[in-house]
Write a protein that binds this ligand. Structure first.
Ligand code: ADP
Ligand code: MG
Length: 258
């Protein structure tokens, strides 16, 4: 059974999508079968792995709102071992449409149950909110990976995030846990970077990944070419650190490279 990990932080621009795409591609390169699930109406994970919006037939919206078969929404990407359930702007209405529906919090969990055994990892890229789509992701997941951007007020909002995790544990998913906390866009040359690192270490202790993602211009460029960093710039610092992170994630689950 695949491990399901949600990438979440209700702040926008902290590196959720960059991490979903690049951790996903690096895990795939280490021989894991990986499914990305885009649950953000921005569709940045979708375009980040090279899926053209015009070629999308079924997407996550159809799975969640209309309960269409999940397998019909899965697309292969150019990257071996890496599949995606795409999202488009259509998803922006989903929270309102789901609200009066039955089992609205467990739609994603039920859908992924049908394909979970085909993958080693399923990574859910969450939107920048703690609404119904994020609740669906948390209900479906084994654990949550929290990217934290190394900036002023880095920890702001994290208590609401942890509260939401507690609520989902209480009502829908008792086993849900924090997978790890990832420092992103780190600049070791500044005192700010070091200070944020210390704060995050104090707050989350052994949950913080050894791997720290630095600011790296190629990581920001790769999405416009529709490629994960290991394809766009395999020798870049960004490619190296996301491979390090993938190895750390595998080790945490006692899994081997294939
Ligand atoms: P989120 O999904 O949390 O909103 P993104 O992953 O989309 O955040 O990242 C926000 C912006 O920062 C994007 O333009 C992305 O390309 C850029 N970015 C993310 N991580 C890095 C990094 N380590 N170095 C440089 N740019 C980055
Ligand atoms: Mg995003």
């Amino acid at each position: 059974m695949g491990v399901i990990i949600a990438l979440a932080n209700q702040k926008g621009g902290v590196g959720k999508t960059t991490t979903a795409v690049n951790l996903g591609a690096s895990l795939a390169d280490l021989g894991q079968k990986v499914l990305l699930v885009d649950t953000d109406a921005q569709g940045n994970a979708t375009s980040g792995v090279g899926i053209q919006k015009s070629t999308i037939n079924k997407e996550i919206y159809d799975v969640l709102v209309n309960e269409e078969p999940v397998a019909e929404a899965v697309l292969h990407t150019e990257h071996p071992n890496l599949d995606i359930i795409p999202a488009t702007i259509q998803l922006s209405g989903a929270e309102i449409e789901l609200t009066p529906q039955m089992a609205r919090e467990t739609r994603l969990k039920s859908a992924l149950a049908d394909i979970q055994d085909q993958y080693d990892y399923i990574l859910i890229d969450c939107p920048p909110s703690l609404g119904l789509l994020t609740i669906n992701a948390f209900t479906a997941s084994d654990s949550i990976l929290i990217p934290v951007q190394s900036e002023y007020y880095a920890l702001e909002g994290l208590s609401q995030l942890l509260n939401t995790i507690k609520l989902v544990q209480k009502h829908f998913n008792r086993e849900l846990r924090v997978e790890g906390v990832l420092l992103t866009m780190y600049d070791a040359r500044t005192n700010l970077g070091k200070q944020v690192n210390e704060e995050v270490q104090t707050y989350f202790k052994n949950k913080v990944y050894q791997t720290i993602i630095p600011r790296n211009v190629q990581l920001a460029e790769a999405p416009s070419f529709g490629q994960p960093i290991i394809d766009y710039a395999p020798k870049s610092k960004g490619a190296i650190v996301y491979t390090d992170l993938a190895k750390e994630v595998l080790a945490a689950h006692g899994k081997q490279e294939k």
